[in-house]
Design a protein around this ligand. Structure first.
Ligand code: DAH
Length: 337
């Protein structure tokens, strides 16, 4: 009996020393229900009473021995596998990484946000209006009757007789004044449309930023002071502004407003084409007819309005000479801002 047990121990140790051993098979062979050790324990009944505890103890020791030998072998194999994996999957930290392309804001969005920030800082709120607009808001309510020559320069795309793509952001003025009583202080940035052929300075789609202030005692001096502050914020502290008399049907008096070139300080350079100034917006005192149309009494209230071309500001600020670059979505161009 004792010899059988010792032989079982020796055999088990021998099989576990093999590097490619099937551990589970060894476990079944010696410790399983039909295993060699179990068979010995089953035969205990036939052993004499004095021998029984000695053989029993030895059998238990051998079971423990085989169990721990199996556990040890399992650990050894697991570790060998891990080492092999680590060796195979070695990482070369000197290989250059894969570049992840990061998007950025479009120059038009950068400037629009900057404009919004400046005006919000002066107490303006942002108002929105539809791009598909009634002719009434785009023209009639702005004091531009049918057949008025001012419509020529703002020819746009018509959905039907009454509905068109807005040619300016000015209709938002009317929509706001219809709903809100003074004091009013809003800006409205957005897309506008005109049936213009594409070239370096024209596009059938472009962007404007409208501004409107209506309250008691609003004067041209308020408009001038506000625009001066805006221009210094946008283009630098030395910027000067210049008003040239102009005509807009929805303002009286009206002006076109230029800012001095930040590049040459007004002396004239390539950026401003020798002018020293560049035109960026139209402005004026809201026409009494427009106030009346919106049920605001022009004898009590007055206001000023302005409309700024966002593309113009972008092209001036970044020294871009062809507007088409802003719409072609060429990342080589866009990644420069
Ligand atoms: N809507 C005009 C345009 O597209 C720009 C403009 C001029 C807007 C004078 C105004 C303004 O609000 O007062 O040419």
């Amino acid at each position: 009996m004792k010899d059988t047990l010792l032989q079982i121990k020796a055999e088990a140790a021998e099989s576990l020393s093999d590097a490619n051993v099937d551990i589970e098979a060894v476990r079944i062979k010696y410790l399983g229900k039909k295993g060699a050790l179990t068979a010995v324990l089953r035969g205990m009944g036939q052993i004499s009473a004095e021998e029984r505890p000695i053989i029993g103890q030895l059998a238990n020791e051998i079971r423990q021995y085989i169990e721990s030998a199996i556990a040890e072998k399992q650990e050894e194999l697991r570790y060998a596998k891990l080492l092999e994996k680590l060796n195979k999957e070695r990482i070369d930290v000197t290989v250059p990484g894969a570049e992840i392309p990061v998007g950025r804001r479009h120059p038009l969005s950068i400037i629009q946000r900057k404009l919004e920030q400046i005006f919000i800082g002066m107490g303006f709120e942002i108002a929105e209006g539809p791009e598909v607009e009634y002719g009434y808001y785009n023209f009639e309510a702005l004091n531009i009757p049918e057949n008025h020559p001012a419509r020529d320069t703002q020819d746009t795309f018509y959905i039907n007789d009454k509905i068109l793509l807005r040619s300016q952001t000015s209709p938002v003025q009317v929509r706001v004044m219809e709903k809100q009583r003074p004091p009013i202080r809003i800006i409205s940035p957005g897309r506008v449309y005109r049936s213009d052929a594409v070239d370096a300075t024209h596009s059938p789609l472009f962007h404007q930023l409208e501004g409107l202030v209506v309250d008691k005692n609003i004067s041209f001096a308020d408009l001038k002071g506000m625009l001066e502050l805006f221009a210094k914020n946008m283009f630098g502290g030395n910027t000067k502004i210049r008003f040239r008399p102009h005509y807009f049907p929805f303002t009286e008096p009206s002006a076109e407003v230029d800012v001095s070139c930040f590049n040459c300080d007004g002396k004239g350079c390539r950026l401003c084409k020798g002018e020293g100034y560049i035109e960026i917006l139209g402005a004026g005192m809201v026409h009494p007819n427009v106030l009346r149309t919106c049920n605001i009494d022009p004898d009590v209230y007055s206001g000023f309005a302005f409309g700024l071309g966002i593309e113009r500001v972008v092209m001036f600020k970044y020294n871009i000479d062809d507007m088409r670059l802003l719409y072609e979505n060429d990342v080589r161009f866009l990644s420069q801002f």
